[in-house]
Design a protein around this ligand. Structure first.
Ligand code: PMV
Length: 333
């Protein structure tokens, strides 16, 4: 049971090796296809949810400042869902701290909603198993379903024919993956993105002529990625991850109007990764809904790759490895 301080939860971002891009149901946050990610050991989000019955509405404090905008609306919408399921009505005080820049394509919404789901479920007395928690977190932000678990994680889209599509779409750990994969996050621009991933996905699904082709390719990528992770075949993992990410960006760039997250600085890093490979290095790039580039490589090679990328770009490059799933943290105060 949570104490008077409510519950504290910690969750880490995840980076998809096979991306989630496009919803088939916006209300239930059901994706068009399965996706697969690695949860990181850096940039955690810590969230406290405390009941505040005296309040007329929820209060949301993000990184020390009260939010009255879109973030607060999304948090309240999510808490309404938790309250409905728990049969409770009390308002809450939500205090959240990120260690990653928000809205820059660094998966902050994944760690944020995974932490919020766990802290809110605990505070409102919802007893949820991890798979159920991933379904719940999905309603806050699709990719948050995957941050509930550590290591390599698959998020099942769930078949459209399932009698309860909400039940059919959840994340779970990929049990037989065996690969010491690291990721170097090159921080080029940590300002908020020009278009939210929600809007960009909507636009892509509705208007991009490339979307059906990308979706078919992503389904093939997922099967091949699972096999490569099971074999511990880093070259195939890297090749699939890079082409999958580039395909996702081409798809959104062909939407009407187009969505451009890649900047000249992103292209320079992508080019440098190709150059490193041409010189024999094992390094592959991936990108999300923002200009920052993440470079995949073997764990024992990560510091060298990071050094080289820092020299090239003059940018901060953070080495991330496989990290844990969301946990309740009773020690944080
Ligand atoms: O969870 P959202 O709505 O922020 O979408 C995230 C989408 C990508 O990060 C671009 C891809 C992914 O699978 O994480």
């Amino acid at each position: 049971m949570p104490g008077s301080d409510g519950s504290f939860a910690v969750a880490h971002p995840n980076i998809a090796l096979v991306k989630y891009w496009g919803k088939r149901d916006e209300d239930l946050v059901l994706p068009c296809a399965d996706s697969l990610s690695m949860t990181l050991d850096v940039f955690p989000t810590t969230t406290q949810v405390r009941l505040a019955d005296c309040l007329a509405h929820d209060v949301v404090i993000v990184d020390g400042a009260v939010d009255r905008g879109e973030t607060a609306r999304r948090v309240t919408g999510f808490l309404d869902l938790v309250r409905e399921r728990a049969g409770r009505t009390e308002r809450a005080m939500v205090v959240t701290r990120n260690t990653v820049p928000v809205g820059a394509g660094l998966a902050s919404s994944a760690s944020a909603f995974a932490a919020l789901a766990l802290a809110a479920a605990s505070t409102y007395g919802l007893s949820v198993e991890p798979v159920e928690l991933s379904r719940l977190a999905r309603h806050g932000s699709g990719s948050a379903a995957r941050s509930v678990f550590g290591g390599f994680v698959i998020w099942h889209a769930g078949g459209p024919d399932h009698p309860d599509p909400d039940l059919a779409s959840y994340a779970e750990p990929l049990v037989n993956a065996r690969l010491d994969l690291a990721l170097v996050a090159v921080l080029l621009d940590t300002g908020p993105k020009p278009v939210s991933s929600r809007e960009a996905m909507r636009r892509t699904v509705k208007t991009s002529p490339l979307f059906p082709g990308w979706l078919a390719a992503a389904r093939g990528d997922l099967t091949a990625m699972r096999e490569a992770l099971t074999r511990g075949d880093i070259a195939t993992v890297g090749e699939i991850a890079e082409r999958n990410a580039l395909g996702m960006h081409q798809t959104m760039e062909s939407a009407v109007p187009p969505v451009h997250y890649r900047t000249p600085a992103s292209y320079r890093v992508l080019e440098e990764v190709r150059r490193m490979r041409a010189c024999g290095a094992q390094a592959w790039a991936t990108m999300d809904a923002g200009p920052n580039v993440k470079v995949l490589c073997a764990g024992d090679n990560a510091e060298r790759v990071a050094r080289e990328l820092r020299q090239l770009s003059g940018c901060v490059a953070v080495v991330a490895r496989s990290g844990p799933g969301a946990t309740l943290d009773r020690a944080v105060r």
